[in-house]
Ligand binder design. Structure first.
Ligand code: GDP
Length: 140
């Protein structure tokens, strides 16, 4: 399988509870390498653009409020089949349905405040990475 990159966010519920290191340990244990990382405060505009695909969903306003409610850590992860591998490590969107040992099973608070984001496909990953990182900030 090819080496690829995916985009990750440690969400405000995770930074609030000081879980950056605990989640990064799960990411690294799964064989993914953190090749870029920064802690930022997302603007409303950034969050609305990032989650634009969910604009018509009833939870959109809540989601944007949540993602701008505190610091987030944006990351680029690299590894074999990184997109699907990270989706596996994250677990299901709803933590009550997430498999044992996954980040969301271990740490997420609810379906909304679910600790992490990971791209759903390689094409999306490229778009999401470009929204937050310039090429020289990613060191593989
Ligand atoms: P993901 O790819 O597993 O993150 O899930 P989705 O793409 O379906 O949803 C994006 C994000 O929107 C989720 O990670 C949640 O933070 C949020 N979200 C999804 N469904 C709900 C919901 O029913 N209620 C709320 N409040 N947030 C939701």
């Amino acid at each position: 399988m090819a080496i690829e990159r995916t985009f990750s966010i440690l969400k405000p519920d995770a930074t609030e509870r000081n879980l950056t290191g605990a989640i990064n340990a799960l990411i690294e244990k799964a064989g993914l390498r953190i090749v870029a990382q920064k802690r930022i405060r997302m603007t409303r505009e950034q969050a609305e653009t990032f989650y634009g695909v969910h604009k018509a969903r009833p939870f959109f306003g809540e989601l944007v409020d949540f993602m701008t409610s505190g610091p987030v850590v944006v990351q680029v992860l690299e590894g074999e089949g990184a997109v699907l591998k990270y989706r596996d490590v994250m677990g299901a969107t709803d933590p009550s349905k997430a498999a044992d040992g996954t980040i969301r099973k271990l740490h997420a608070k609810s379906i909304g405040e679910n600790s992490v984001h990971g791209s759903d496909a390689a094409e999306t990953a490229a778009i999401e990475i470009a929204q937050f990182f310039s090429g020289n900030e990613i060191v593989g």
